[in-house]
Design a protein around this ligand. Structure first.
Ligand SMILES: CC[C@H](O)CC(=O)C(=O)O
Ligand SMILES: [Mn+2]
Length: 340
């Protein structure tokens, strides 16, 4: 494969990883990690509450630190890397987006459920007007086939998105499915195609390589797998693998390994691994960010978290319906009580 692929990586640990640490990032952590990623020449670093701008709430989990302070801190130490923010219309507002742009965020990633791209129009258009690079982020992409995915991606492209991502939020896609969907997106879109994976079924790396082989050039990773569920495609591993394949990312391999080992690993509450709950998420097709919510509900109601996750998957519960996790756990607990 040619090394002239123009692959650009986005590091998402300071946003997607926020789910894994219950949104407890401090200014010091964000400053240290961003500074180091900037030195390693990572092109984009996403910094926001796990559920995007405005996500700090009872429903999604309160941030320890105001995300605007985290964005400001990241911008202040990044003279190479561009700071990206995530926005889910309905959670974050146009006002939130303007605040982030004023602080120096250069990329807006507008995320919708895979069948609801139409709600991203106003936000993508505003981000363009603010002079930001724009990404349309189609979450839970495993829930539709290529045809629907292409239809929704085209909408985002028509609103002005510079890139449209296939987002495997549940880590449920398999390499042949990623390959087929990416091929369809590349055939039908003129903008860049991106891929964001989760490692719940241990295939995030395989999925990412399949996407790249089919022409995806905007790729997400989380350093030390610091992302929701079992984490994302592991950034430092991806950089090394791509270098072995002769594909340039511009990221310094030794530096990114050192950040993972010396700066990120020490802040993890526990090592990121595929345990039975994250595996169940990939197996059942459940949003990775539901992991800690489901763990808490399992403890509170005394129900196996796998039963909760399997039921959420059966009901096709999507982002924004976090309250259903409690509902389902309470219902299952009630059934168990009746049965005994
Ligand atoms: C809740 C937003 C979500 O974490 C975005 C994302 O990274 C995904 O869907 O994988
Ligand atoms: Mn994610």
């Amino acid at each position: 494969m040619s090394n002239q692929l123009d692959i650009k990586l986005t590091e998402v640990a300071l946003r997607d990883g926020s789910h894994a640490i219950s949104h407890q990032y401090t200014v010091e952590q964000v400053t240290n990690i961003t500074k180091a990623l900037n030195e390693a020449r990572v092109p984009y670093i996403e910094v926001t509450h796990g559920d995007g701008l405005g996500g700090s709430s009872l429903q999604y989990g309160r941030s320890l630190t105001d995300e605007l302070k985290l964005i400001e801190a990241a911008v202040s130490v990044a003279d190479f890397s561009k700071i990206a923010v995530l926005l889910l219309p309905g959670i974050g507002t146009i006002e939130n987006l303007k605040e982030a742009a004023n602080l120096g965020a250069k990329m807006a990633r507008v995320a919708t459920h895979v069948t609801e791209a139409d709600v991203s129009k106003q936000h993508i258009e505003t981000a363009k007007e603010l002079g930001m690079e724009t990404v349309g982020f189609l979450m839970m992409s495993h829930m539709v086939g290529s045809e629907k995915l292409v239809e929704q991606a085209k909408l985002m492209e028509s609103y002005g998105a510079d890139t449209v991502y296939m987002v495997d939020s549940a880590g449920a896609l398999l390499p042949h499915e990623v390959r087929e969907r990416t091929r369809a997106l590349k055939q039908e879109l003129s903008c860049h195609v991106g891929f964001h994976g989760h490692n719940n079924l241990s295939v995030a790396m395989g999925n990412t390589l399949a996407a790249i082989e089919e022409g995806a050039t905007r790729i997400d990773g989380s350093i030390r797998c610091l992302g929701a569920g079992a984490g994302n495609t592991q950034t430092e591993v991806l950089v090394a693998v791509l270098e072995k394949m002769g594909i340039e990312t511009g990221v310094d391999v030794y530096k990114i390994m050192d950040i993972a080992e010396d700066i990120v690993a020490p802040i993890l509450p526990k090592p990121q691994e595929i345990d039975r709950d994250s595996l169940t998420m990939g197996y059942a097709g459940v949003y990775s960010s539901f992991l800690l919510h489901a763990n808490r509900a399992s403890k509170k109601f005394g129900v196996d978290s796998r039963d909760i996750l399997m039921e959420l998957g059966r009901r096709e519960i999507v982002g924004g319906q976090e309250d259903m996790i409690i509902d389902v756990a309470a219902e299952l607990a009630g059934k168990e009580k009746t049965a005994t």
